[in-house]
Design a protein around this ligand. Structure first.
Ligand SMILES: [Zn+2]
Ligand SMILES: [Zn+2]
Length: 187
């Protein structure tokens, strides 16, 4: 039974880290600083990192006895819309990543599940799942353009900010009510 994910990693893929230059000796370090395009659907329904936008990776790869510890930050811009008034929101985001990737056939590999501890595939690390988790956790599920955004008038759907303070919708205007009675008589 195959223990490892059958997806073969492409070393040229922007979120795949190559550890060939990192000696497999505990304590060995290598830094990865690069700007990569964001993958599709990085975020939540209302807010996320636009596909192809710059993601700034500032990572440290450290050899530990059973694998490689990846830690550092990833930053980028986010775009979305306000959950109350639907106005566009732009912001920036920095997330912290800290994830251990076990060597294939190490004790950790044999004694843990892949969803507990990540795995190296040969010399390669797929950073994308950890990055997705970190980004999703950092984003608000109900993003707002500002904390006290009043949202939309439920009757006409116009932003309260754009409406006069006395804006209201009368349920039934008495003049129209009598007019509709007249029309009914004519029928
Ligand atoms: Zn709003
Ligand atoms: Zn209204």
């Amino acid at each position: 039974m195959p223990k490892h994910s059958p997806i073969h990693l492409d070393p040229r893929s922007p979120l795949v880290l190559d550890t060939r230059e990192l000696p497999r000796r505990p304590g060995a370090l290598r830094t990865v600083k690069r700007v990569v395009p964001a993958p599709a659907d990085l975020g939540l329904e209302l807010i996320g990192v636009p596909e192809g936008a710059d993601l700034d990776l500032d990572l440290r790869l450290e050899s530990v006895s059973e694998g490689v510890l990846v830690s550092g930050t990833v930053s980028g811009s986010v775009q979305g819309e306000c959950g109350r008034c639907l106005r566009a929101i732009g912001d920036s985001l920095t997330v912290t990543v800290q994830e251990l990737y076990a060597y294939e056939n190490s004790t950790t590999d044999e004694t843990t599940d892949e969803d507990e501890v990540g795995r190296l595939q040969g010399d390669l690390i797929d950073l994308e799942p950890a990055l997705r988790d970190a980004v999703v956790l950092a984003l608000p599920t109900n993003p707002l353009c500002r904390d006290d955004c009043p949202g939309l008038c439920p009757e006409c759907g116009v932003q309260w900010d754009e409406l006069p303070a006395d804006h209201s919708h009368q349920q039934i205007d008495p003049r129209w009510a009598s007019l509709s009675q007249l029309t009914r008589k004519e029928e």
